[in-house]
Design a binder for this molecule. Structure first.
Ligand code: SAM
Ligand code: SF4
Length: 450
């Protein structure tokens, strides 16, 4: 094995949970080769930038960060590696215009990072080949940042080709991790004391084990039967593949949280059709109805895009009315941003920037008032919270998440990390709850099921 014991490295991560997870994988590979993690780019000889390409803004963040690293490299020498979605998208073009970039490496190639680093020499090294298999050894080495909650990848890539989305081009075609490997990961994490498992993939609801044909509901059943982790979540589901069997598996599980992220994108069936999402507004509403009937009180979150090409004011109003009707507990909302190679990028980006800005502001203001009301409804209740650490604003206060995935700031004795608390909620704002905790007592009613 390549020896990198002379090397200190720093990883900067942009983007989604998938990239957070990949950075943990990269850290595992480098640690196994003897390298040491540094606290800053200034204290390291290698900086890896794990990048996101989903919107133009995320890509711009990379270029400004690279500008900073270039200055640092001039002053004191540094190996610069660009990993993740932008690396996969632009490949050699990325380093061709930026000779200070030494390595360009796509998500299926991280196991070869030590070899590339050891090779050294002039000129950029570019590795962006696709692989159809799974490197289990690499996953075993993963360094997990959070001691109580663990991501477990169950699939990678996406075959949906939504009209606006670059993911199928940066993450490749859909591939599913074999079920025995997923379950043995969960068992190992359970033995190590993890309290929460989060299954990860671009389209987890389409999961299918190639050998047995086991689908996502089977995976949820099997994982729920493993003693240990009290909470199971998953992200991201696609409404098209999210059927009644998954709802039934969630409802019968002892561990699956009463919480679901189900991207809607638009409340207008015409826009959804142009986005090539494969469902209508009423299909989505039917799924919400079925979820709430099976699991009363379930907290739903979603993604919304405003200003998709051709979005009229009437179509935008349908998104607003969907938010009012569904009342999500949280949303992630974005202005449409054309991405190279996608179907939507071939049509005019014809909603003016000021209209996109105004629509986004309207969506966010409406959601803020809905969230405030939902949170106020929790005041006075005692809910279960998984402690994560100390609050960034006030180290005397602990921070954690509820089963519904709300941020909860609370006071309690001891160290919060990795412990469940019963927290009596005494106050609420649009983005968090606050309260006081008693240590977790399993003999009391523990689950928040309003
Ligand atoms: N697989 C997930 C899904 O289907 O929703 C996540 C895809 S993407 C990483 C996360 C979110 O970014 C999407 O749900 C969408 O709302 C947003 N997004 C993707 N492409 C976009 C674009 N071109 N412009 C604006 N927002 C975009
Ligand atoms: Fe992108 Fe659509 Fe795939 Fe999600 S389902 S990753 S939005 S193409």
């Amino acid at each position: 094995m390549t020896d990198l014991s002379h090397m200190a490295y720093y990883i900067e991560t942009f983007g989604c949970q998938m990239n957070e997870n990949d950075s943990e994988r990269i850290a595992g590979i480098l640690d196994a080769a003897g390298a040491r993690r540094a606290a800053s780019p200034e204290a390291s000889g290698l900086v890896i930038v794990n990048t996101c390409a989903v919107r133009a803004k995320s890509e711009e963040k990379l270029y400004s960060y690279l500008g900073r690293l270039r200055g640092l490299k001039k002053r004191r020498g540094l190996v610069i590696a660009v990993a993740g979605c932008v690396a996969q998208l632009h490949r050699g073009d990325l380093s061709a215009g930026r000779p200070f970039v030494d390595i360009v490496i796509g998500p299926d190639n991280y196991h070869r990072l030590p070899e590339l680093l050891a090779a050294g020499g002039a000129g950029a090294r570019v590795l962006t080949a696709w692989s159809s298999g799974w490197n289990e050894e690499e996953r075993r080495l993963q360094v997990r940042a959070n001691p109580s909650s663990a991501f477990v990848t169950i699939m990678e890539g996406c075959d949906n080709f939504c009209a606006y989305c670059i993911v199928p081009f940066t993450r490749g075609r859909e591939k599913f991790r074999p079920l025995p490997a997923v379950l043995s990961d969960v068992e190992a994490l359970a033995r190590s004391g993890y309290r929460e498992i989060q299954f990860l993939g671009q389209n987890v609801s389409a999961y299918r084990d190639a050998d047995t044909g086991a689908a996502f509901p089977d995976l949820l059943d099997r994982a729920s039967a493993i003693p240990g982790p009290e909470w199971i979540r998953f992200i991201t589901s696609h409404p098209r593949s999210f059927g009644p069997e998954i709802i039934a598996a969630m409802a019968r599980s002892r561990a699956v949280c009463r919480q679901l992220h189900l991207p809607l994108q638009s409340g207008s069936s015409a826009v959804l059709d142009r986005m090539k999402r494969g469902y209508s507004r009423s299909d989505y509403l039917d799924k919400v109805g079925a979820l709430r009937e099976a699991m009363p009180g379930i907290h739903l979150s979603t993604d919304i895009i405003v200003g998709f090409p051709g979005e009229t004011e009437e179509e935008f109003r349908e998104t607003m009315s969907a938010l009012e009707e569904i009342r999500f507990s949280n949303i992630f909302s974005f202005r449409y941003s054309p991405r190279p190679g996608t179907a939507a990028a071939r049509t005019a980006d014809d909603v003016p920037l000021e209209v996109k800005r105004r629509r986004l502001a309207e969506v966010q203001a409406l959601q803020k008032s809905i969230q405030t009301e939902i949170h106020r409804g929790i005041v006075g209740q005692t809910i279960r919270v998984l402690g994560a650490g100390r609050s960034r604003k006030d180290p005397a206060v602990f921070s954690g998440r509820s089963e519904g995935s709300q941020v909860v700031n609370f006071t309690a004795p001891g160290d919060p990390a990795g412990r469940f608390f019963q927290v009596r909620i005494s106050g609420a704002g649009p983005y968090s709850l606050r309260g006081e905790a008693a240590p977790f007592d399993p003999s009391r009613s523990v689950d928040y099921r309003p």
